[in-house]
Design a protein. Structure first.
Length: 283
C-alpha cells in the first residue's frame, strides 16, 4: 500500500511517500505541488495533507484537489487538515465581547485572534506581526497562545528566546554562518539595487510584495466544515466526514504520529480534519 504525505514539512514518516517544495529530512521528495503531483493515476491508497490547502489560491486549490483524486485508487482515503475558520471566528467574537466588558487579559487574546484572522493573510514580510508578538518576553497571554499554536509554536518561541540571548561570536560555527549570510545578503542587496534602478522605488516595492505573497507563506484562503466539504465533493470524492487528530479511516493511523506527538498531544490544535473516499467511477 502507498501512503502519500503532501507538503509534509518536518512531519513525515518513512513508511509514507513524503513530498514538499523543500526537503526537511531524509527521503523527502522535493517537488513544487503547484505543478501537480508527480505520481501516476490511481497509484496511492491514501493521500494526506495538513496545513497546505490554505496556502493555495482558491482556484489552484480546486485543481490540486482534483490531482489528489487522480492519484488515488478507487476506495482510497483522502485526509485533509486545515486551520479551523469556524473556531477562529467563534473565539474572536468571544474574546471581543470579553475585552469590551473590561477583561484585561482578554484584550491580549483578542489581539492574537486578530493576528490569526488577518496577519497570516495580509502580511508583506516573513513572520509578519505574529512573529513580533511571539518575540515578547514574557508573552502577555502565553497560555492562550500555546493553546492555539500547539507544540510547534512552543518550539518556535523557545528558538526566538534562544536567538535573542545568543552572542553572535559565541561559537566558530555561528561566525561562519553569519559570514555566509553576509555574503548572500550582499549579493541580494546588489541585485536589489540594480532592479531598483530599472523599476524605481514604487515598482520595486510592488515586485517584492508580489514575490513574497506568491512564495507560499501566507494564507490565500480559509475553510470551515461546510466550505471544505464542498471543495472535496466538487473534486469527485464522496462522503466527506469530520475526523479528529487521532481518529481516521486510514489503517494504522495512530502509529504514524503525523497529527499528534507520541505522547498523544495534538500538534496543531487550531486545525480540523476531514476525510473522504474516492468512489467507483461509473460510465
Amino acid at each position: 500500500m502507498r501512503y502519500l504525505n503532501l507538503g509534509c514539512g518536518g512531519r513525515y514518516h518513512p513508511a509514507w511517500t513524503n513530498i514538499d517544495v523543500a526537503a526537511h529530512g531524509p527521503g523527502v521528495i522535493t517537488h513544487d505541488l503547484s505543478k501537480g503531483i508527480p505520481l501516476p493515476d490511481s497509484s496511492c491508497d491514501v493521500v494526506y495533507h495538513s496545513n497546505l490547502l490554505e496556502h493555495m489560491r482558491r482556484a489552484d486549490a480546486q485543481s490540486f484537489m482534483r490531482e489528489c483524486y487522480r492519484v488515488l485508487r478507487t476506495g482510497g482515503v483522502l485526509r485533509v487538515g486545515v486551520p479551523d475558520l469556524e473556531q477562529i471566528s467563534s473565539l474572536y467574537l468571544k474574546k471581543l465581547n470579553a475585552a469590551l466588558s473590561g477583561d484585561v487579559q482578554a484584550t491580549y487574546d483578542h489581539e492574537w485572534m486578530m493576528l490569526e484572522l488577518y496577519d497570516q493573510t495580509v502580511r508583506e514580510s516573513s513572520g509578519g506581526e505574529m512573529l513580533s508578538w511571539l518575540r515578547q518576553d514574557p508573552l502577555p497571554n502565553e497560555g492562550f497562545v500555546y493553546e492555539r499554536i500547539g507544540e510547534e509554536g512552543r518550539d518556535l518561541v523557545q528558538t526566538l528566546k534562544q536567538s535573542a540571548s545568543e552572542r553572535p561570536q559565541q561559537t566558530r560555527r555561528r561566525s561562519i554562518e553569519m559570514l555566509s549570510h553576509s555574503v548572500r545578503s550582499f549579493s541580494a542587496s546588489l541585485r536589489r539595487r540594480l532592479v531598483a534602478l530599472l523599476l524605481g522605488p514604487a515598482d520595486l516595492r510592488a515586485l517584492e510584495i508580489g514575490r513574497f505573497r506568491l512564495a507560499g507563506e501566507i494564507h490565500q484562503w480559509m475553510y470551515d466544515r461546510y466550505s471544505l466539504a464542498k471543495l472535496i465533493l466538487a473534486a469527485g470524492f464522496r462522503n466527506p466526514i469530520e475526523q479528529t487528530a487521532t481518529r481516521s479511516q486510514i489503517p494504522g493511523w495512530s502509529d504514524f504520529h503525523l497529527d499528534t506527538l507520541p505522547s498523544g498531544v495534538v500538534i496543531k490544535p487550531d486545525s480540523f480534519f476531514m476525510e473522504a473516499i474516492k468512489p467507483v467511477e461509473t460510465c
